[in-house]
Design a protein around this ligand. Structure first.
Ligand code: MN
Ligand code: MN
Length: 456
């Protein structure tokens, strides 16, 4: 659709209105199954297999129409549909991330104090710490024993499960805390998760000892096994419709599973694209895209190199560089929806609004576009045309007023590889909170853009 700056519900057809609601039912299910990046990869593989994707075998030739996935350590994943054209003519990439802000258990998490047992945590990503106290929490992750056995932990979301919680001061005794700055009122070391209170008959630390016994019975682990564990504390509860009209979704983890879902759903639905379509779901974006599962990691080069080799029967470095130079990328990530209660941080002519469709962001960054890859006018023009040609409701999405703050995405790391890259995605209210809000209209329109982009 042409750029109208109108609420999408006023301009789309009745038939499409129903499609939006149907689409978002499946999205809510995806959220509930994807509370961590590991669970998200597992669920992605389940959906991909169902859609005819198979695990990539480097020793087999790739041909037009093949649908493959490459699992990177269970924390990030690449899906591809091989195009008609030679892969050296470039790929159409949609890159998003599947990690979300949360609390990670420390390596020595378990302790007892004042006859209560608790877990120490270290927060992951940018959070407002006070938002994570006094809400029900769940735990997911893996414990790897010294012999290599891996035990999956998942507790706090089944209705028969207990949940966990971080305590906060009662207002009656919070005089000092209430006068502190919000950023200092809850120090990171106060994010301790309450996990039990019944003592056993040991000599000391009876509550801790009782918890260790229970963990041993339930999971076969000992205290030392936490040394090699990755357990993430996340909000408990399912994604829910918000509003009398059910037009919004409240959930943990919209950032960035809302874009991941659209990107995934899009690639699962396409056949025989002209160029090879690639969907990349990255880990570690919330802490800078570091590590071997983040967008800066070399596994991306490895995956594309292997695909070049399997399609052309040949590989050299120049072929990879040629493929990148001819490639295009949508960096699919969320933005800050203009909030009626906090309008002063947004610049209304360029701020995204809920229900105004997928937002396209030429640049992100902070204080003078610092940290942004800043897409070219030429590429921006191409995206405009895709939105017009495919009846997509869309808007411009600047992240806050100039000098108000800012943020980045995986875009810069893709663009550094000589790939035309632009940010686009879904505006979110209360981003990075335990319960974030998106509008169903925007969820659907972002998916429409990703799907159309795979096919250009
Ligand atoms: Mn994000
Ligand atoms: Mn984020």
């Amino acid at each position: 659709m042409k750029y109208e700056q109108k609420n999408g519900w006023e301009i789309i057809s009745d038939a499409e209105k129903n499609q939006i609601f149907d689409f978002c039912e499946a999205y809510k299910k995806y959220l509930d199954n994807s509370k961590t990046e590991r669970l998200c990869v597992d669920y992605t593989i389940e959906l991909a297999k169902h859609a005819g994707f198979v695990e990539f075998d480097e020793n087999k030739a790739l041909k037009n129409g093949d649908k493959i996935y490459i699992n990177n350590r269970g924390k990030s994943i690449i899906l591809a549909v091989i195009g008609e054209k030679n892969i050296l003519e470039g790929i159409n990439l949609v890159a998003s991330h599947i990690d979300s802000p949360r609390l990670d258990l420390k390596q020595n998490p378990l302790y007892e104090d004042t006859d209560l047992a608790l877990f120490k945590t270290h927060y992951y990503g940018g959070i407002k710490k006070y938002q994570w106290t006094t809400i029900p929490l769940a735990m997911y992750g893996v414990v790897v024993k010294a012999d290599g056995t891996k035990i999956n932990i998942a507790i706090g979301d089944d209705e028969n499960d207990p949940v966990f919680c971080i305590t906060d001061l009662l207002p009656h005794l919070a005089q000092k805390q209430m006068s502190q700055k919000i950023s200092e009122a809850i120090p990171g070391e106060n994010l301790n998760v309450l996990i039990g209170s019944i003592p056993d008959d040991s000599d000391k630390e009876k509550i801790k000892s009782a918890i260790i016994k229970m963990l041993n019975e339930k999971y076969g682990i000992v205290e030392e096994d936490f040394l090699s564990a990755e357990i993430e504390v996340v909000p408990s509860g399912k994604a829910r419709d918000i509003g009398f009209d059910r037009s919004l979704i409240g959930s943990y983890g919209h950032d960035d599973r809302v874009c991941s879902y659209g990107a995934l759903k899009g690639i699962l639905e396409i056949d025989n694209p002209e160029k090879t379509a690639v969907c990349l779901l990255a880990d570690k974006e919330e802490i800078g895209s570091m590590g071997n599962t983040g967008m800066q990691a070399e596994y991306f080069e490895y995956a594309i190199s292997a695909m070049i080799n399997s399609q052309t029967g040949n590989f050299n470095e120049l072929m990879l560089r040629k493929c990148f130079a001819n490639s295009k990328c949508l960096s699919a990530d969320v933005g800050a929806a203009m909030d009626p209660t906090y309008k002063e941080v947004s610049e209304p002519r360029n701020a995204p609004k809920a229900n105004y469709g997928v937002m396209v962001c030429k640049y992100t960054g902070a204080r003078g576009k610092s940290g942004s890859s800043d897409a070219s006018a030429e590429f921006m023009g191409e995206i405009r045309k895709i939105c017009i040609d495919n009846n997509i409701v869309w808007q411009i999405g600047e992240l806050g007023k100039v000098d108000e703050g800012g943020g980045g995405t995986v875009a810069q790391f893709v663009a550094n590889r000589n790939i035309d890259t632009i940010d686009c995605g879904v505006p979110v209210l209360s981003m990075h909170a335990p319960f974030e809000i998106v509008a169903k209209m925007d969820v659907y329109m972002s998916y429409k853009l990703y799907k159309a982009f795979y096919l250009i």
